[in-house]
Ligand binder design. Structure first.
Ligand code: ATR
Length: 275
């Protein structure tokens, strides 16, 4: 890339039309007065290797990666950061001027920043995690690194939770899916990482009666912004943190590396993402 080249970035997934990332990065580019473009790219898994190798040659400085490529992309790049290796998935690629591709995962970072910006404290007590899929892995790694004393985990399919405990060790304590309500009794933080509660999906039906009033409840689902879980937790008097903030915060490190300035997560970018 020469000095006069306009830096390009984008998000690669399939489907991609509903991604909010172009609005987020587009807002920051114009708010900061930076040259650059950020576009959605619909790429199928069979084309991903060729597309990745072509992008640096076309002026791209990096890309976000989303469903269904987050795990698969790890095996297609030149370098993988430690946290992306631990999570086993990547969401942010950075291309060197020589075309070398580094894969990082900023989902866990975004998750923790979102909670901390609402005054959350990792050491306050155990964190209860509902779900043991791909998103759960990023949340678990982030919570462990942030210093939560214990993670209580339950998942509909018990074997997936067992596998996470095997991998991430004895700071994880498992509960059966049917005992999710009892699990909440012990939690200072509650996180939904399942797709339940998302528009078009059934609600997450968990009994909140035993939830402490000073617990912080968050959902990685951000459509709708106020999921049934968050609404119910608010009614219990708990502090809630919606999932849009995680999406905004995970975008910060990529933007900074590609375009050279650290953007703010503020009301304006929230509005842009929701527009
Ligand atoms: P992601 O990468 O978004 O986490 P995933 O790996 O498919 O997606 O995981 C989806 C999570 O939502 C899993 O924890 C899944 O539970 P299972 O492991 O039992 O499939 C959970 N989930 C999805 N639909 C569910 C439902 N109807 N009831 C309970 N859990 C559900």
């Amino acid at each position: 890339m020469t000095n006069s080249t306009i830096p390009l970035a984008g998000v690669i997934g399939s489907p991609i039309a509903h991604s909010r990332s172009p609005r987020i990065h587009g807002h920051w580019l114009s708010a900061l007065g930076l040259r650059g473009h950020y576009i959605p790219m619909d790429v199928t898994p069979d084309h991903l290797p060729d597309v990745l190798r072509a992008l640096p040659k076309a002026g791209f400085v990096g890309a976000n990666i989303t469903i269904p490529h987050k795990e698969h992309v790890i095996g297609l790049v030149d370098k993988v950061t430690e946290r992306a290796k631990r999570i086993g998935a990547a969401n942010t690629l950075v291309f060197s001027t020589a075309g070398e591709i580094t894969a990082d995962n900023t989902d866990g970072y975004g998750f923790i920043q979102n909670l901390q910006s609402a005054g959350w404290i990792a050491g306050a007590g155990p964190a209860g995690v509902l779900g043991a899929g791909g998103a759960s892995r990023a949340v678990i790694v982030a919570l462990l690194d942030a210093g939560v004393p214990e993670i209580l985990l339950c998942n509909r399919t018990r074997g997936r939770a067992d596998a996470l405990r095997e991998e991430f060790g004895d700071r994880l304590r498992l509960f059966d899916w049917d005992d999710a309500g009892a699990m909440l009794d012990h939690c200072a933080t509650v996180v939904n990482t399942t797709s339940l509660g998302m528009t078009g999906q059934p609600p997450l039906e968990v009994n909140l009666d035993r939830l402490h009033k000073d617990a912080v409840v968050t959902d990685i689902v951000y459509s709708p912004l106020q999921t049934p879980l968050l609404v119910a937790a608010q009614q219990m008097g708990c502090r809630t943190v919606d999932g849009l903030g995680m999406l905004l915060h995970q975008a910060v490190p990529g933007f900074e590396q590609w375009f050279g300035q650290r953007p703010e997560v503020d009301a304006d970018v929230r509005a842009a993402a929701l527009a």
